[in-house]
Design a protein around this ligand. Structure first.
Ligand code: ATP
Length: 515
């Protein structure tokens, strides 16, 4: 664990040192759980967004995009249930004065039982070698059975308390499990209280009678209130989807783990409108489609899992998370929810407008059901960073830090270096960039020795480097160096585009999922 913490700290400082992520308002010592993306971060983030957008809007004829405003009519949030129910249960430790989410404390406790079971399994695996039978060991080993039984009991109690919104029971679980505050180490806990996560602000001057509005805590409602607009103007037929990328705001109580939990973040959401009764089939289709999208990045299937929800939100009839193996455990990156017709029905009720679909096949009108896929851009960014960060020992005794980013997501695709600053080499290098910059992001570097320049490019995950040398001036060939293998080969300048473009394009990723 300590080792994993160290890795995570290194990733956070790497993000700052190489222009990926800075604390917000850094010169004023930052603002809690708010971050800015730097020159490389913004490119990586844009590439992630493009990969998502194109996978939705280009690859699906029946999905279109919108860009709704962050400010919405305040009744939106009454109708959606956020004013009354968008709460987190929080608890304070009286000694450290630190505030926690009660549900997260209990989830961490569940993860501890899982860890204990994993440790027993690992020990046994080492002891028995190839003869190890995990299923049998789980069914018979006394220690594993004991941990599993405690975990299951806790899990059942927790799910029941959450579903019943029973705050006293949540507190009692924390006491019974002897959960201590990680800072003070004590069990001196306050009551559990509900805390609404929406930020408020005002529109209009006070003299005019200002009204209180909220910063949207999810982008989904912008889609629901535009359902009729899009369906009618786009003459959309069920099933169809509306996709959107945009900022969302939540006054998170416990801001930690860098850009994993932010107060201002970005979501990529798609609401898929379907005929009632077909929603669970679509739910299962979207689960597979979204998992394929993640796995096309090549981070290994073992680093993802589904986590079905125990507590279904009041509007949902099925929900799952796609979790990714971060350095601090498996964590949610994306939620897939079957939201029934709750939102559209609520908006119809509160707005007085009829929000329905006329089905030309059956000649009936009904309120569509909705499957939602909702992924955080920032969490996705973090998972990409965590998986790509790599410290390597090289055969010559040196070491390097390399970001093994999927080439299509890398901020810079090609770096071009003149070997020296003379004999026309800088001009030749600039010429190459001038030609290729229309096709992908290129960077010119002439400072320091080539070795150092390679290291700098490795650190930002640039997949290809090209060096212009004396021979280039004679025969128009350059050395092309691969980031991961560090192999260099001599290629003709005229062939560069053909070799690089296909590997670094978003299309190369899209092809992997479009089958
Ligand atoms: P959590 O349980 O971690 O608070 P959630 O279940 O409330 O997340 P959703 O409301 O389902 O999250 O939001 C969909 C996605 O938006 C999440 O999977 C996550 O990627 C992202 N997201 C939600 N809250 C935050 C946040 N505070 N900071 C960054 N990303 C977030």
């Amino acid at each position: 664990m300590a080792q994993q913490d160290d890795v995570f700290k290194k990733i956070v400082s790497h993000c700052k040192e190489y222009g990926f992520v800075f604390p917000s308002s850094d010169i004023y010592d930052g603002l809690g759980a708010v971050y800015d993306y730097g020159q490389n971060g913004v490119e990586l983030k844009n590439n992630i967004k493009q990969y998502w957008w194109q996978s939705m809007v280009l690859l699906h004829e029946n999905i279109v995009g919108i860009d709704a405003a962050i400010f919405m009519h305040p009744t939106t949030w009454k109708a959606s249930g956020h004013v009354d129910a968008f709460n987190d249960p929080l608890i304070d430790n009286r000694d450290s004065k630190k505030r926690y989410r009660a549900d997260v404390l209990i989830e961490d406790q569940l993860a501890k039982y899982d860890d204990k079971i994993q440790k027993e399994l690992e020990k046994a695996r080492k002891r028995f070698g190839d003869a190890f039978d995990e299923e049998q060991f789980r069914a018979t080993n006394a220690r594993v059975l004991e941990h599993q039984q405690k975990r299951d009991a806790l899990h059942e109690r927790f799910a029941k308390a959450m579903n019943a919104n029973d705050l006293e029971e949540l507190r009692q679980i924390i006491l019974d499990e002897e959960i201590v505050c990680p800072i003070s180490g004590t069990r001196n806990w306050t009551e559990v209280r509900q805390f609404n996560l929406m930020f408020k602000t005002e529109v209009g001057s006070t003299a005019d009678g200002a009204s209180t509005i909220f910063l949207r805590p999810e982008t989904a409602q912008g889609i629901f209130v535009n359902y009729l607009n899009v369906q009618k103007t786009g003459r959309m037929k069920l099933p169809f989807g509306i996709a959107q990328i945009g900022k969302a705001f939540r006054n998170e109580i416990v801001a930690r783990q860098f850009i994993f939990r932010m107060r201002e973040f970005e979501q990529m959401e798609m609401q898929f409108f379907v005929k009632p009764g077909t929603e669970l089939e679509w739910f299962s289709k979207w689960k597979q489609t979204r998992m394929a999208w993640h796995q096309a990045l090549g981070f290994g299937a073992e680093n993802y899992r589904f986590h079905d929800h125990d507590k279904l939100a009041h509007y949902a009839n099925a929900a799952t998370d796609i979790e990714f193996h971060m350095p601090f455990g498996f964590k949610e990156v994306e939620g897939i929810h079957s939201r029934t017709n709750f939102d559209l029905t609520q908006h119809a009720k509160y707005s007085g407008k009829k929000i329905e679909y006329f089905d030309p096949e059956t000649n009936e009108s009904y309120t569509p059901y909705v499957i939602e896929t909702s992924i955080g851009v920032d969490r996705m960014f973090l998972s990409v960073m965590c998986h790509s960060y790599c410290e390597e020992q090289l055969p010559n005794g040196e070491s390097r830090v390399v970001l093994k980013l999927p080439a299509a997501l890398a901020p810079v695709k090609l770096a071009v270096f003149p070997l020296t600053k003379k004999d026309g080499m800088p001009e030749k290098a600039q010429e190459i960039i001038k030609d290729l910059r229309f096709h992908f992001n290129c960077k010119y570097e002439e400072k320091d020795q080539i070795g150092k320049r390679y290291r700098r490019m490795d650190a930002i995950g640039c997949p290809y480097c090209v060096t212009v040398d004396q021979q280039t001036m004679e025969d128009n060939t350059v050395t092309l160096r691969d980031r991961d293998t560090m192999e260099q080969r001599r290629v003709n300048i005229a062939d560069l585009r053909g070799i690089i473009e296909d590997n670094v394009s978003i299309t190369s990723l899209l092809r992997r999922i479009d089958n």
